[in-house]
Design a protein around this ligand. Structure first.
Ligand SMILES: Cc1cc2nc3c(=O)[nH]c(=O)nc-3n(C[C@H](O)[C@H](O)[C@H](O)COP(=O)(O)OP(=O)(O)OC[C@H]3O[C@@H](n4cnc5c(N)ncnc54)[C@H](O)[C@@H]3O)c2cc1C
Length: 444
């Protein structure tokens, strides 16, 4: 068996490869945090005496157009950054803004990605009007968001009932499977390959970015929770609400650091609502004085916000360790429990930092272990996932399962989930050619 890397420059070539039914892993920009691209050969075991294909989709010809109703139609290799630039030239903007703007949008559909602007505009899934994909025969098919998913699986009803408790989360421990577009959303390329997407956009309104300096959350999380509560009723005016804690600043260059051993909460606010939010919301905070609120340029915000997870990725690569980080979202009631768990996790004696989509109760706690420290950090995460199950929270709210999270997700999947995965795989991937090691192929 050999690993063979193939790069596709046209959809016709890709369709021809699909017709061979060879087991393959398809990737786009390789920014996934749950797929360790430098260790794929050891993590993609393929026992049969057959070649395994690593298929690069990042060179597929890109295409973008705006419909008269303001939707963006994109085909092929288009990144969030490119789409944003195109839309801004037309007076429009994206409703979804993952922190990693170099990722491709078609892959974002496959991972059901979300991001910062989810606070105001909801999930990417809710913005997909229709999409096209290549099936196992290499045929292009179209799916619409208004058409219910049609499957004869006996597990479908119970799966949907189980899903109900997770309906308010960005992503649940298993895909939504309600409309036909859901076959391609969050299924990580295990049922087909996304080739074209039509997504909603918004008018490119002027925005202001501010940040607030707070005490370290480990010592006093009162100011953080007050801000969390205060922003909730203003999702029409506040577009995003993000956190970088004081520990994150250690991973930035000296001229990029904000605060003085303080946590930072950022808000993206529509300019026409800025006075109202500043006067009525920010000046009304009892635990954060108004003189700890500062304006920041949009470009600097994005640079600093994306700089932290990128620096962590580089640091882990240099140390030769796999990322030990979380992607947990919980309900409003459980947010203090989650923060308290992280406070306890911080006492392990391993370097760490906390950042993420604060306003959505969705944070990434990252250990920065040495090789020797990795095992105890992973044990701590196991403890967390037991709690998340008990709290009925979402363990992996936007980065997906990939290869790295499979051992943690198992406890969230019962007979109904594994049964539906099995039936959908059989129907849409009868030759088991799409990412055969993905979470949908787990044993029943
Ligand atoms: C610094 C940083 C910040 C991030 N911030 C966010 C964030 O805010 N929100 C968020 O949701 N994610 C975030 N991510 C995670 C990552 O960017 C997303 O998971 C993204 O969707 C992956 O896109 P990609 O093009 O890199 O896909 P890849 O890593 O190449 O692939 C990811 C998965 O999608 C599948 N896939 C790829 N292309 C297709 C296709 N055309 N059809 C079907 N399946 C396909 C692959 O098989 C794989 O399973 C971040 C990552 C980093 C490094």
């Amino acid at each position: 068996m050999a690993f063979i890397t193939k790069t596709f420059y046209s959809q016709e070539d890709l369709a021809r490869h699909l017709q061979t039914h060879r087991p393959s892993f398809y990737f786009s920009s390789k920014t996934s945090t749950v797929v360790p691209y430098d260790k794929l050969d050891s993590l993609l075991p393929w026992k049969k005496d057959e070649d395994y294909y690593l298929c690069d989709l990042s060179k597929l010809p890109p295409h973008m157009e705006l419909t008269s109703s303001g939707n963006l139609i994109l085909r092929g290799a288009v990144s969030w950054e490119e789409a944003k630039k195109f839309l801004k030239s037309q007076g429009r903007n994206l409703k979804t803004s993952p922190t990693e703007q170099l990722a491709l949008i078609t892959a974002g559909v496959a991972t059901s990605c979300t991001g910062e602007r989810c606070f105001a505009f909801g999930t990417m899934r809710s913005q997909v009007v229709r999409l096209k994909y290549l099936n196992f025969k290499g045929e292009e098919k179209e799916l619409h968001r208004n058409t219910p998913l049609n499957t004869s699986s006996a597990f479908f009803k119970k799966y949907s009932e189980d899903y109900a408790k997770y309906a308010s989360f960005k992503n649940a421990p298993y895909p939504r499977f309600e409309k036909e577009i859901d076959l391609m959303i969050g299924t990580e390329g295990q049922l087909g390959l996304v080739t074209e997407v039509e997504i909603e956009t918004v008018e490119d309104l002027a925005v202001n970015y501010v940040f607030m300096l707070l005490p370290r959350w480990e010592e006093d999380m009162g100011p953080h929770l007050e801000i969390y509560e205060a922003v909730q009723p203003h999702r029409n005016s506040i577009i995003s609400c993000e956190l970088l804690d004081a520990n994150c600043m250690n991973y930035l260059k000296p001229d990029e650091k904000l605060g003085n051993n303080q946590d930072v909460i950022f808000l993206e606010i529509k300019s026409d609502a800025f006075e109202e939010i500043y006067g009525n919301v920010l000046c009304g905070l009892k635990l954060t004085p108004a003189d700890e609120v500062y304006e920041i340029a949009e470009s600097k915000f994005h640079h600093v916000r994306a700089g932290v997870p990128r620096a962590i990725f580089e640091r882990n690569s240099q140390m030769g360790v796999v990322k030990v980080g979380t992607d947990v979202q919980v309900s409003q009631e459980r947010y203090p429990d989650l923060l308290n768990f992280y406070r306890d996790a911080a006492k392990l004696g391993v370097n760490y930092c906390l950042f993420g989509h604060f306003g959505d109760a969705h944070l990434h706690f990252n250990y920065m272990p040495t090789k020797d420290e990795s095992a105890k950090c992973l044990d701590k995460l196991l403890e967390l996932y037991n709690k998340v199950l008990e709290w009925k929270g979402s363990p992996f709210a936007e980065h997906g399962i990939g290869l790295l999270k499979q051992k943690y997700i198992k406890r969230f999947h019962g007979e109904n989930q594994l049964g539906l995965f099995h039936d959908l795989k059989k129907e849409h991937d009868p030759h088991n050619q799409f990412f055969p090691q993905g979470f949908m192929s787990a044993e029943q």
